[in-house]
Design a protein around this ligand. Structure first.
Ligand code: ZN
Ligand code: ZN
Length: 124
């Protein structure tokens, strides 16, 4: 599997690349991830922040999590696609949403989190 991960948004203006392999891959069922994905959960992988380059019209949105840490969500200012999330719980990491990958098949799910928030209609 190639260690570099690249991706972007629906309209193609936002691009990112991570030069190292993911350190973590999760599928999160929390309410924030339901909102940000527009679905039942958000598959995402974390890479070290210092391996990441980003370009394009990224916009950010900030939120305090239930646990009290600060979250930043990055999305395309043109088409609105969710791209990444950061948290002050792990400031050295950037979590990219798996659906933004150029090749989403390279995503391998390791752990499901907040499964107690899973919606009854979400079967994956
Ligand atoms: Zn876009
Ligand atoms: Zn979540």
């Amino acid at each position: 599997m190639p260690s570099t991960r690249s991706g972007g948004c629906l309209c193609g203006k936002v691009r990112y690349e991570a030069s190292d392999a993911p350190v973590l891959s999760i599928q999160c069922y929390c309410r924030d991830c339901q909102h940000i994905s527009g679905g039942g959960h958000a598959p995402q992988f974390a890479v070290k922040r210092d391996t990441v380059s980003r370009s394009g019209p990224l916009k950010t949105f900030h939120l305090k999590s239930d646990a009290g840490n600060d979250l930043e969500f990055g999305f395309c200012g043109e088409c609105g696609s969710p791209i990444y999330k950061t948290t002050t719980l792990a400031p050295e990491l950037v979590f990219f949403f798996a659906g933004s990958l150029d090749d989403p098949a390279t995503f391998t799910l390791e752990t499901k989190v907040y499964e107690d928030r899973r919606q009854p209609w979400d079967e994956s």
